[in-house]
Design a protein around this ligand. Structure first.
Ligand SMILES: Nc1nc2c(ncn2[C@@H]2O[C@H](COP(=O)(O)OP(=O)(O)O)[C@@H](O)[C@H]2O)c(=O)[nH]1
Ligand SMILES: [Mg+2]
Length: 691
């Protein structure tokens, strides 16, 4: 028997704006749950959840940490996520396996961008708020609560209200039981008397609580309007059902670093948050990629979903959730993505880096295993090798911010490539492309901090030193005018000579590559040399004459030439074609082409003016604007040269404080404006000269 059966499991995910106290709250829970003997501080780099060297160095969470406690005979799996925007992939992964999201908001500044994004990201889950830092002298719960209601509506339901905020006498009032508490240094609570001066304030919150509960049914709504009081039972049942359905978001409060309010939250989590049994519908995906829902069975064959992997010096750890049945140690599972078998020789639960081996994990539990060889994020593994049930993958944003990696030491390329591919396995919001054309190792991410973390990890985990530089733009060249030119290659001094002579008409083409034809009359160029001419042109097109970029959209018609019985060869005709090509480009008004991409940027409605102004500066052409599914957000479509997009991710974030997001996909090549082309040509030539 698994130590915890499914009804005794809670999977909660802490999300919210960076710095509002998620990791500190996790630490407080772990301390109160006796998973740690010392209360760590993120500022001191000694918390359980910020264990990664990158987190200690930066003082922010950059990955999701898993830790569990036992509370009230319930196992609470805590997923502490990063708040910083670059690491949204980690948040999405954690939310995929949690039944409830706890949005942490500091009481000092109310709703921030990260709070809004947290709400949006957790739209499919029941959500609770924890208003943190009520010990702070600038704490203002009332304003914070108001901003939550203003942003997210009356479903935001007050539960624990602090009073004497920011003072020694910091206490909380429980609106459901009408009891006030104070917490000591160890987080133990004792009852206190609600001061007279707070009574009206609490009555006010009672009304708001009733208002939220009334929203859950017509019956209660009627009572609320008639100003009839709701009974305790009505309140409890409305609260529970509303919370599970996501129509009520209860608001708790406390102070993570003072351990106050945290014990209350833990009780509520253990008693009222949903267990995996309350959420047995699972999204699955069929072979055609269609998503549908099935109902999990806690007694069926064991299957798991992998939501995270981590490679450290001891090897690869695989984090998973049991999605069906009970998973027993030593089970051989089949990875349904690739058909490979994997043995689960070790099963463990964890508290940060500390693992505890277990013999089995019940349906809904989250655990970790090691030494899986062919298993990655988003994979489903089943004990039934014929199973067709694959869980829907985590939807992650695509990376568009690109930088090029330059090895500090020559010869490190292979080490870097293999390090990157290991790191990419852990983070599906990174992409790597070794661009043969620009000869750059291009790394794509969601922002510069994520890429910076990748660089440090490459250094620390794989011992390679790298630098970053802007990614080069793959320009192209073409001609604009139809021209007839000649190319003659002749070397006839002594011995076997060389002779090839072609006359070619070049003109702008519609197709990407070369369109070759011939209209040679009377065998002026023998047929067997046509392929050499075509090949010669094709090879020449790899390097244009303006700045050495590949040439595209070229039509060439070989219409005349001459040959020599003995000295003509394929090579001579290839060289002649090359001479003709160069002349053709010179006379044919060669121009530089630049890649244009289609940009779709999703921004808050009121940012439209700024966004469009910025796109104009980037030589963008606005194609239109449209509504989005997301309330208050507009999508702006534009066509923008790739050359102008290098810093867009960062600029967009700065302009929208992180609210904006975008996609950018290559569309076509367009002629660069003359002044842009001149600059590019001059710069390319300069860098070529520098070697
Ligand atoms: N005064 C006060 N500061 C807190 C509290 N919780 C967290 N902090 C501080 O807020 C900062 C960010 O905390 P952290 O837990 O790393 O936030 P996260 O980014 O949401 O994980 C740190 O300096 C913490 O010491 C609290 O309850 N009261
Ligand atoms: Mg954190």
């Amino acid at each position: 028997m698994a130590k915890f059966n499914s009804s005794k499991i809670r999977n909660i995910c802490l999300i919210g704006h960076g710095g509002d106290g998620k990791t500190s709250l996790a630490e407080a829970m772990l301390f109160l749950g006796k998973a740690t003997e010392r209360l760590g501080r993120t500022t001191e780099g000694n918390t359980i959840c910020d264990f990664d060297p990158e987190e200690k160095k930066r003082g922010i969470s950059v990955s999701t940490a898993l830790a569990n406690i036992e509370w009230n005979d319930v196992k609470i799996n805590i997923l502490d996520t990063p708040g910083y925007f670059d690491f949204i992939g980690e948040v999405k992964e954690a939310l995929r396996v949690a039944e409830t999201a706890v949005i942490v908001v500091e009481a000092k500044s109310g709703v921030k961008v990260g709070t809004e994004l947290a709400w949006d990201n957790a739209k499919d889950l029941p959500k609770a708020f924890f208003v943190n830092k009520t010990d702070d002298e600038n704490s203002n719960f009332d304003e914070t609560f108001e901003s939550l209601r203003e942003k997210f509506g009356t479903s935001v339901c007050p539960m624990y209200i602090p009073f004497n905020e920011g003072t020694e006498d910091l206490s909380y009032y429980d609106l459901l039981t009408n009891v006030a508490y104070k917490f000591d240094k160890m987080g133990k609570r004792s009852e206190v008397v609600l001061p007279e001066s707070q009574k009206i304030r609490m009555e006010n919150y009672q009304k708001q609580l009733d208002e939220s509960l009334a929203e859950t049914s017509e019956e209660l709504m009627e009572k609320y309007f008639m100003e009839e009081p709701l009974t305790g039972e009505e309140k409890n049942s409305a609260l529970n059902s509303g919370f599970l359905q996501g129509t009520i978001s209860p608001v708790f409060s406390g102070s993570a670093i003072n351990l106050s309010g945290v014990r209350n939250l833990l009780y509520v989590i253990s008693e009222s948050f949903c267990s995996p049994l309350d959420k047995k519908e699972q999204s699955v995906i069929d072979a055609e990629g269609k998503v549908s829902e099935i109902t999990a069975s806690e007694d069926g064959p064991a299957s798991i979903f992998v939501f995270k992997t981590l490679a450290d010096q001891f090897g690869k750890k695989t984090f998973f959730k049991v999605m069906n049945g009970t998973l027993k140690k030593d089970t051989v599972m089949t990875n349904l993505t690739n058909g490979q078998q994997e043995k689960f020789a070790r099963l463990a639960t964890c508290v940060g880096t500390k693992e505890t081996a277990v013999d089995e994990l019940a349906y809904g539990d989250i655990g970790v295993t090691v030494k899986l060889v062919n298993t990655n994020i988003n994979d489903t593994l089943s004990s039934d090798s014929s199973s067709k049930i694959k869980y829907a993958p985590i939807e992650l944003p695509k990376p568009y911010f690109c930088m090029a990696i330059v090895p500090k030491e020559k010869g490190d390329e292979d080490k870097i490539s293999s390090g990157i591919s290991r790191l990419l396995e852990e983070d599906y919001t990174l992409k790597y492309h070794n661009n043969p054309e620009t000869k750059q190792m291009c790394i794509y991410g969601l922002g510069d901090t994520q890429i910076d973390v990748l660089c440090s990890r490459l250094k620390n985990r794989f011992g390679t030193s790298i630098e970053l530089e802007p990614a080069k733009v793959p320009y192209r060249e073409t001609i604009k005018k139809k021209v007839q030119v000649e190319g003659k290659h002749k070397k006839q001094s002594g011995g076997h000579g060389q002779y090839g002579h072609v006359k070619i008409e070049f003109s702008p083409g519609e197709e990407e590559g070369l369109v070759f034809s011939e209209s040679v009359f009377g065998g002026a160029v023998p047929k067997n040399f046509y392929p050499a001419v075509e090949k010669g042109l094709q090879e020449s097109m790899a390097k244009g004459i303006l700045a050495g970029y590949p040439v595209i959209r070229l039509k060439a018609n070989l219409y005349d030439g001459s040959y020599h019985d003995v000295d003509s060869s394929e090579m001579s005709f290839k060289l002649a074609a090359n001479l003709a090509f160069k002349e053709g480009m010179r006379q044919g008004n060669a121009v530089l082409l630049e890649p244009i991409g289609s940009l779709k940027v999703v921004i808050p409605d009121n940012m439209m003016g700024d966004i469009i102004g910025d796109l104009n500066k980037r030589r963008g052409r606005i194609m239109g604007t449209d509504q989005t599914d997301r309330k208050g957000y507009t999508v702006v479509a534009a066509e923008v040269p790739l050359a102008e997009m290098g810093t867009y991710a960062i600029q967009l974030r700065a302009m929208t404080q992180g609210r904006g997001s975008y996609s950018f996909d290559f569309e076509r090549y367009d002629e660069s404006p003359a002044e842009v082309a001149q600059k590019v040509i001059a710069e390319t030539k300069k860098s070529q000269e520098e070697g």
